[in-house]
Design a binder for this molecule. Structure first.
Ligand code: SAH
Length: 398
């Protein structure tokens, strides 16, 4: 039986909860004397016992659980999940209907009303990401609901239970048709090869869709494009399809080479005419500077934290330096596409990093466009801090 626990919200956090803040922070509740298990339903009350909201308990790096409803009568059952999932699907009606895009996010956790649950769509297949054992304990009801709401060609899931959000290795196949991988999906007419059963990631980061489109449509024609931290080369493909004279992809992971070749190949791009380097980006900067290489467009999309044998890198600390290294190998009127998914700072702060990098090197610049999460990565109303993606297109004016 699922436990129902009454939990007191500390006075200073009551307003947060009644305003609709979805995340339950450890500091927000009185935990002494209460036992909560993963998946326990929490009846959140104020100090006088008045009902505030219903949440579930599930440990994540961000907090101890998520608010599910502020209606006292609402039960957390299959009907509840059907309601949330169908609302999310309805919001993505356009994406479901668009033939030239067949991969997108269907359910974005707290933005769609259930923190800790992420569902992505890949050409009829669904990939469910469980971010805590707590939310995973609702698995049966959620799968029943999903099958009621949409027709599922095949189902895969990723367990991300570790409190640091790390993926738990397993066979991710759940039910329905078994995919043949690589599966080819479309994004604004571009093809991407994905594998839904090969570790935590699938081969493409769906949140960069609008950025890839902008890169292809407005920034690539006739240009040389350097894609750093390139992973499977998704940005390089967009640039090549947009008419780049040459792309260079740099990633330290050995697998990035065959994966990038594959992405070019499925788009019928001659990968031998492109440069794909398995290399530390920081070594590549030195190499490129030594050889006096300059690129018209540079894509910078580092992981929030990276540790190699030689260096530890954190975007929160080192982004200005990264931009300065990039500037040295960017053409005089080039464009830098600076991206970060570090949730610990916002767009305003990110722009101060950009400004610092350019001011310190006495280089003028102009911001051409900005992107945050695309429309299918729904963010809770009034809580922009959940909009972790920040991408700025910067025109260099040396
Ligand atoms: N820009 C990519 C996603 C990047 S994911 C895209 O849009 O698809 C981060 C990538 O950075 C990973 O592939 C990882 O292998 C790579 N990486 C991490 N540290 C690195 C380093 N020091 N040098 C080169 N690549 C690095």
């Amino acid at each position: 039986m699922r436990q129902l626990v009454e939990v007191k919200v500390k006075p200073k956090s009551v307003k947060n909860i009644t305003n609709g803040y979805p995340l339950l922070a450890k500091e927000a509740v009185e935990t002494s004397g209460v036992t909560m298990d993963e998946g326990s339903i929490l009846r959140l009350v104020d100090s006088s016992g008045r009902y505030l909201a219903t949440a579930y308990y599930g440990l994540q790096n961000k907090g101890i659980g998520w608010v599910l409803t502020r209606k006292e009568q609402e039960k957390i059952d299959t009907t509840f999940f059907v309601k949330k999932l169908s609302a999310a699907v309805a919001r993505r009606k356009n994406l479901y209907e668009t033939k030239d895009t067949t991969a997108f996010r269907v359910f974005n956790g707290e933005g769609d009303g259930i923190g800790g649950l992420i569902i992505d769509y890949y050409d009829g297949f669904y990939v469910v990401n469980w971010y805590s054992e707590g939310i995973h304990s609702f698995r049966e009801a959620i799968y029943q609901a999903l099958n009621e709401v949409v027709s599922v060609r095949g189902l895969y899931e990723k367990l991300r239970f570790n409190t640091n959000g790390q993926y738990v290795e397993q066979d991710d196949y759940v039910s329905g048709e078994k995919g043949e991988f690589p599966l080819i999906v479309f994004e604004n007419g571009m093809k991407y090869a994905v594998d839904l059963n090969d570790g935590a990631m699938t081969g493409i980061f769906l949140d960069q869709r609008n950025v890839r489109k902008a890169l292809r449509d407005q920034y690539s024609d006739g240009k040389t494009v350097l894609n750093t931290f390139s992973y499977t080369g998704a940005f390089s493909v967009a640039a090549a399809l947009g008419g780049a004279v040459k792309t260079t992809s740099v990633d330290v992971a050995k697998r990035s080479l065959p994966k990038t070749i594959e992405q070019f190949a499925v788009n019928e791009i001659d990968y031998e005419a492109q440069d794909i380097k398995v290399m530390d980006v920081f070594d590549y900067f030195r190499y490129a500077a030594r050889h006096d290489l300059k690129f018209d467009v540079v894509v910078l999309d580092p992981p929030s934290f990276a540790r190699t044998k030689k260096i530890t890198f954190s975007t929160a600390k080192d982004y200005p330096k990264l931009l300065q290294d990039t500037l040295k190998i960017t053409s005089d009127d080039g464009v830098i596409i600076a991206s970060t998914n570090n949730a610990s700072f916002n767009m305003k702060k990110f722009k101060t990093f950009i400004d610092k990098a350019f001011t310190e090197t006495n280089t003028r610049y102009k911001i051409l466009e900005e992107h945050q999460l695309p429309e299918d990565f729904t963010v809770p109303n009034n809580y922009p801090e959940f909009n972790y993606l920040k991408v700025v297109f910067i025109k260099v004016m040396k």
